[in-house]
Unconditional design. Structure first.
Length: 85
């Protein structure tokens, strides 16, 4: 899994309990980055066929799947009210 440098700053700026929940989501995404499941709510972003958003409570993270090695690349984290702007 890869996290863009700016996304890492955004992630570390979130509350501690949210970071812990995202850590659990990272482990689930390493196993299967396509399938939504309890604790790992995944959706395709409208208008972006390759970018997915994962929901953790009121916070979101966007990622893209690198097909060559099936790795996940996160590009953004934030609270939902300002996330989609």
């Amino acid at each position: 899994m890869l996290i863009h440098k700016q996304a890492e700053k955004e992630l570390l700026g979130l509350p501690g309990h949210v970071i812990e929940r995202f850590t659990a989501v990272f482990k689930m995404l390493e196993a299967d980055p396509y399938r939504p499941r309890p604790g790992c709510d995944i959706r395709l972003l409208q208008g972006h066929p390759r970018i997915r958003a994962v929901r953790v409570g009121q916070h979101r993270g966007t990622y893209e799947i690198v097909e060559e090695d099936r790795s996940v690349r996160f590009s953004k984290f934030g609270h939902r009210r300002s996330f989609y702007e």
